[in-house]
Structure formats: structure tokens, C-alpha cells
Write a protein that binds this ligand. Structure first.
Ligand code: AMP
Length: 217
């Protein structure tokens, strides 16, 4: 694949999309667009967009399409995305969002969809042990905490459990994934340019496979 890369990463919550997308984006020199990160930083800053989204996020519900679509469209129209490309993480999550994305990217469309596949059992374990820096968003876990007292190794921010990583919100988010997001797998598969990569096992081996997949296309 040549620039501009236009990649979508699909996968359940806790599949490792965030960390893999951030590594892929750094390697390819493209934008990592995580709608979850966009919404969390807007909520932290208290913008109108963030205020609209906060309640949905804390319950584990999807933010309405009309709230998220404008923000994604604005971001994708910026020159870095047009010239170098992007990897989308956490978007699209519904068929309506996938159709809107096609329209935003007309006529070129998405070049590759990677489905990062992890079993429900593994994501449940990962999500309940996940901890996140409130400053920079770096992810830790109870098995791999920061060096000093839940203070981020990178920025010194406080590392906490996400409000939507509670058992109730996790089961709600996974049910919504199955109902609304999982159907996108068959939808994109039918269009071609779709590859499933296992997200279980060694982090570097998974990122090597993702990069090899992108290079092959
Ligand atoms: P994530 O970090 O991707 O798990 O997203 C965290 C939360 O942000 C989700 O549970 C939703 O409430 C919201 N969110 C993120 N991306 C989207 C999206 N594409 N559509 C609707 N809501 C989203």
C-alpha cells in the first residue's frame, strides 16, 4: 500500500486496538484517530461535544452517530489525513457509521480493514485489569503497573481504572459490540480488502503481522 494509507482497525474492546494502532501509526508516519480518545479528551476539557458524550461513555453506551460523525469528518478532512493517511481505531462501530465513512472518503474509500480478533474470555480479563493514565492516555494493567505508585512513567499523570471498565459497563459494551459492531465484519469482508489478524499472544509478533499485512496490500 502507498500513501495515503486509509486503514480501519476493527476489534472488540480490549482487543489491543489502541496500542497496536498507535505503534502502526508511528511506524507508517500517519495519524492514529481513536474516537474513544477524542471523546475522553473532550470530556476532560469540558467542551460541548465532551459534555454531550460523557453520560453515554460512562454507561458504556454508544454516543449517537450525529455527535460523533461531525468530529470524525472534520478530522479526516485535515491535510495530514488526506496526504499521509490514517488508521481509525473505534470507528466505525455501526453500519450507519460505516456507510457515512464511505461517503466521507468518496471516491477513494477505505484501503484496508484489519479485524484484530481476540476471544471474549481474553478481553474480559484484559478490560478488568486495565488501568489508564488520566494525563496522556497510556495504558497499563494490574500485572504491568507504572514503576512508582500508579504515577505514569511517561507524563507523571495519575493512573486509574476507566469509568467504563467496571463489570456492568464492560458487559454492556461487549453486548453492544456483538449487536451493532460485529455485523461490520461480514459487511467489510464482502467488499474485500479485509484481513483478520489474531490479537492474542506476543505484542511485537502481532504488530509485525499487522505491518506485514499493510505492506502486502
Ligand atoms: P473506546 O475507547 O473505543 O472503547 O470508546 C469508549 C467509549 O466512547 C465507547 O464506549 C462509546 O461510549 C464512545 N465511542 C467511541 N467511539 C465511538 C463511536 N465510533 N461511536 C459511538 N460511540 C463511540
Amino acid at each position: 500500500m502507498n500513501k495515503p494509507y486509509r486503514i480501519v482497525m476493527l476489534g472488540k474492546q480490549g482487543a489491543g486496538k489502541g496500542t497496536q494502532c498507535s505503534k502502526l501509526a508511528a511506524t507508517l508516519g500517519i495519524a492514529h484517530i481513536s474516537t474513544g480518545d477524542m471523546l475522553r479528551s473532550a470530556a476532560r476539557e469540558g467542551t460541548e461535544f465532551g459534555k454531550l458524550a460523557q453520560g453515554y461513555m460512562e454507561r458504556g453506551d454508544l454516543v449517537p452517530d450525529e455527535v460523533i460523525l461531525g468530529a470524525v469528518r472534520d478530522r479526516l478532512y485535515r491535510s495530514d489525513c488526506r496526504e499521509d493517511g490514517f488508521v481509525l481505531d473505534g470507528f466505525p462501530r455501526t453500519l450507519a457509521q460505516a456507510e457515512a465513512l464511505e461517503e466521507i472518503l468518496t471516491p477513494e474509500g477505505v484501503k484496508l480493514v484489519i479485524n484484530l480478533d481476540v476471544s471474549t474470555e481474553v478481553v474480559l480479563r484484559r478490560l478488568s485489569s486495565r488501568r489508564v493514565c488520566t494525563g496522556c492516555g497510556r495504558t497499563y494493567s494490574i500485572d504491568f503497573p507504572p514503576a512508582v505508585d500508579w504515577t505514569c512513567d511517561d507524563c507523571g499523570g495519575t493512573v486509574v481504572q476507566r469509568a467504563d471498565d467496571t463489570p456492568e459497563a464492560i458487559s454492556r459494551r461487549l453486548a453492544i459490540y456483538e449487536e451493532l459492531t460485529a455485523p461490520l465484519i461480514a459487511w467489510y469482508e464482502a467488499k474485500g480488502r479485509f484481513v483478520t489478524v489474531s490479537g492474542e499472544g506476543d505484542f511485537d509478533a502481532i504488530s509485525d503481522e499487522i505491518l506485514a499485512t499493510v505492506t502486502r496490500f
